[in-house]
Design a protein around this ligand. Structure first.
Ligand SMILES: Cc1cc2nc3c(=O)[nH]c(=O)nc-3n(C[C@H](O)[C@H](O)[C@H](O)COP(=O)(O)O)c2cc1C
Length: 341
């Protein structure tokens, strides 16, 4: 079974759903000695299967697949309807129709069946903990299982579920917070402090993630006991990243001066560049994932067609200004050389 200690370079390119994590990115990072991740979130099992085949067609290196846990039934449906009314003028102005409210489980069972069948080397979960049965099925085919956690309590729960490693996500991370509970307010314990607290509480190997932009930070986290680090934003602008051009450009655009945590796009806390959509809608957005995600999808798609960064979810960690436009292999080797120095 794959273990983090097997990596030549203990740097992981984070799973980034929404089109960013491509098979090319996974292959490039694996080839260079790190670990690449496909993001199963929002994808149909068919598309995921094709992406896994594409990675395997081009690489013999280990890779991971990240899966979203299904969410508890919505509690604030009235809030979702209020939010729909708040979004309607914008939808009308753009000539798009907001879809009816819907819930889904992101094909969780089908994806687990697929990953077990394909014996993927590493599977990580986010937004909750898989059942002991799912962990056992993955173990039975030699898959290493990683749980994403954002607190000591979630780390302890994950260890007792039998996972093999933890991805400890700190508050500076780009994209969604991996909290187990949709409505959890994000904690703000700095990543090195959170990693130390988790290491005091569990015996599992730890991957540290969130806001990492330099080799110095990587060296500090590894010296603090992390077995590997996971970076998302640092790979967003790479040649192999499938992020939209408007998103890539915004990361280097002086118009965008900060990141904030918002639930305006999805109903779940996530960090992204502050833009007009957040300014206008954050205050009215309910804690209701994935209902809000589905509700705003047509508006985000419309902004994407127009290349308008003010209407896109510009997910980014606090280190976004250090993200460079170059091959992923160059990002990985430069950061690792800095860390070793
Ligand atoms: C665009 C984007 C999409 C993301 N999608 C996922 C995802 O699908 N699954 C997941 O576990 N984490 C996701 N994350 C969070 C990353 O796993 C990781 O925690 C984060 O990128 C680390 O912080 P950094 O971006 O500051 O490096 C995403 C992050 C970004 C920036």
């Amino acid at each position: 079974m794959f273990t983090l200690a097997d990596l030549r370079i203990p740097v992981i390119a984070a799973p980034m759903a929404g089109g960013t994590s491509t098979p090319h990115l996974v292959v490039a990072v694996g080839h260079e000695g790190g670990l690449g991740f496909l993001a199963a979130g929002y994808k149909t099992p068919d598309v995921l299967e094709r992406q896994i085949a594409a990675v395997r067609g081009d690489s013999r290196h280990p890779f991971g697949v990240n899966v979203f846990l299904p969410q508890a039934p919505p509690t604030d449906l009235a809030g979702v309807e209020r939010y729909r009314r708040a979004l309607e003028p914008a939808a009308l102005a753009r000539g798009v129709t907001l879809p009816p409210t819907r819930v889904d489980d992101d094909w969780f069972a089908e994806k687990v069946d697929l990953l077990v069948g394909l014996r993927v080397p590493v599977v990580s979960f986010t937004f909750g903990l898989p059942s002991a049965d799912v962990v056992a099925r993955l173990h039975s085919v030699g898959t290493s299982v990683v749980a994403t956690v954002t607190s000591v309590d979630e780390a302890i729960q994950s260890e007792s579920r039998g996972v093999d490693a933890l991805c400890v996500q700190g508050p500076d991370a780009g994209g969604h917070r991996g909290t187990f509970n949709t409505s959890d307010k994000p904690e703000s314990i700095p990543l090195p402090v959170l990693v130390a607290a988790v290491l005091d509480s569990v015996t599992l190997p730890i991957v540290a993630a969130g806001g990492i932009r330099s080799g110095e930070q990587i060296a500090e986290l590894l010296a603090g006991g992390a077995t590997a680090v996971q970076l998302g934003t640092a790979f967003l602008r790479t040649d192999e990243s499938g992020a939209q051009h408007a998103h890539k450009d915004a990361l280097a655009d002086p118009r965008f001066t900060s990141t904030v945590i918002t639930r305006a796009f999805s109903g779940r806390a996530a960090r992204g560049l502050l833009n007009a959509f957040i300014t206008e809608h954050d205050a009215g957005a309910p804690w209701a994932y994935p209902q809000v995600h589905h509700l705003t999808a047509v508006l985000r798609a419309d902004a994407g067609r127009r290349g308008d960064p003010e209407g896109l979810a510009l997910w980014a960690g606090t280190g976004y200004r250090s993200a460079t436009a170059e091959p992923a292999a160059d990002v990985l080797t430069r950061l690792w050389q800095e860390a070793c120095a």
